[in-house]
Design a protein around this ligand. Structure first.
Ligand SMILES: *[C@@H]1O[C@H](CO)[C@@H](O)[C@H](O)[C@H]1NC(C)=O
Ligand SMILES: *[C@@H]1O[C@H](CO)[C@@H](O)[C@H](O)[C@H]1NC(C)=O
Length: 412
């Protein structure tokens, strides 16, 4: 019996192996010399005038991304200026940089249409290598009124549109989001086969006090599991890891590490790192109103939780006389028609180093804390902000370092 099922397993693996090889052959034209991985390294470079910045790409990559060659770099590559404002591309990795903007720039809209590169693409990861836009704003204070609408993006606005799943909601972003990223789900069978990334930049003539807008974003098209990849979790992992490296070298296999679980706007596949709220702005914030999204971590078979060490944490609260946990962060039952400040970070099955347990953190409850989150399911935290700010209650946001845990009896 055992022998019989082993035999079937081997047949299955052999089939998967040859399928992956066929895939590789099929893919090889795209990975030919001249791709971003072999010639241009995607690093920043200087044009032949020694002052204009560009990105090191192959000549072909530069052309298909609507760029302009301004010099040489790397191994037979061109220093490519990618700051065209209306770009349509389908390259596996695309980089978009703001056009020259200065204090005199009179408003601008830049749209990047990213078309699905091939039918295996299921997600796009958008990395904000540089992202400095005007900060979110609220209305001017009114005498004797302590509450105002939350901070939203009214001047410069970044948004991804033409999304292909109704359940996906991407909030407009602005402010300082250097180093942040987000994921977008795509579906190759839909008609449009593209997403639109849009930067709407406010007129600096009429608002000369706004900071200069700069961005460099990288869009990576991620291909979902091939046949072999599907079997790689759990039991099959040990077996496939001993296979020769050939079937695992397709781009889908390289992408697998970066594929986010469903429903995650942000995903951190590394075992340790840090994450922060949008427009954390080096601790000054404020975070953006009306956001609700998940930040997820990779749960490999050895992992039982995630440890969060806060560098700073400052969210709104409703009442000064409490622990800023759970029901202190959210009114229960719902009071219809009464605006309530209900901002929080949801950390499932959390326990602080001080022994406090809870799931919703607001106010300063996660400040200077080490928190172990050990849920039985996916590893994630959920951010939620309402559309309200209250005078003297700061909403600067948070930054955490994280480490996945493989011993959940040790809390710190
Ligand atoms: C604000 O409140 C003070 C004290 O109650 C009152 O004298 C003043 O008229 C109020 N101002 C406005 C604009 O309502
Ligand atoms: C992709 O879109 C097609 C056509 O709208 C739909 O039938 C299919 O279920 C979608 N696939 C996924 C994974 O959402």
């Amino acid at each position: 019996m055992a022998l019989n099922s082993l035999g079937r397993l081997l047949v299955l693996l052999a089939a998967a192996y040859s399928g992956a090889e066929a895939n590789n052959l099929f893919r090889s034209p795209r990975q030919a010399p001249g791709s971003i991985f072999t010639v241009g390294n995607g690093e920043q470079c200087l044009g032949s005038d020694r002052s204009t910045g560009g990105v090191c790409l192959s000549r072909n990559q530069c052309n298909t991304q609507g760029g302009k060659a301004i010099g040489f770099c790397g191994v037979f590559a061109t220093c490519c200026s990618l700051n065209a404002c209306d770009v349509r591309t389908n390259t596996k990795v695309a980089i978009f940089i703001n056009p020259p903007l200065n204090r005199e720039s009179s408003g601008l809209e830049c749209s990047y249409n990213v078309e699905i590169n091939n039918n295996n693409v299921c997600q796009m990861r958008i990395d904000f290598e540089t992202f400095n836009l005007a900060p979110p704003t609220t209305v001017e204070p009114v005498e004797n009124v302590t509450q105002r609408p939350g901070f939203t993006c009214r001047n410069d606005i970044f948004q991804v549109t033409n999304l292909q799943a109704n359940s996906d909601f991407l909030p407009p972003l602005c402010g300082d989001n250097n180093g942040q990223h987000l994921y977008v789900r795509v579906n190759a069978s839909t008609n449009s086969r593209s997403i639109r990334i849009n930067f709407k930049i406010a007129d600096r003539n009429t608002q000369p006090n706004l900071p200069q807008a700069t961005w460099k974003i990288k869009v990576t098209q991620l291909e979902c599991f091939n046949t072999l990849g599907k079997y790689r979790d759990g039991l099959f992992e040990a077996i496939t890891s001993s296979l020769p490296s050939t079937p695992l070298s397709s781009s889908a296999d390289r992408d697998e590490y970066l594929i986010a679980p469903p429903g995650c706007l942000q995903y951190y596949p590394d075992r340790s790192g840090s994450f922060e709220s949008f427009n954390y702005n080096r601790g000054a914030g404020p975070y953006i109103a009306n956001l609700a999204y998940s930040t997820c971590f990779k749960r490999t078979p050895d992992v039982c939780g995630v440890k969060l060490t806060s560098a700073s944490f400052e969210m709104a609260y409703r009442d000064e006389q409490n622990l800023y946990l759970d029901t202190d962060c959210q009114v229960n039952p719902v009071t219809q028609g009464a605006p309530q400040s209900e901002d929080y970070l949801f950390i499932p099955e959390a326990e602080t180093a001080d022994g406090l347990r809870g799931t919703k953190f607001c106010g300063s409850s996660a400040s200077n804390q080490i928190i172990a989150s050990t849920p039985p399911g996916p590893l994630s935290v959920h951010f939620r902000s309402d559309n309200l700010v209250t005078d003297d209650i700061p909403e600067s946001g948070y930054r955490f370092n994280y480490n996945v845990l493989n011993n959940c009896y040790l809390k710190t």
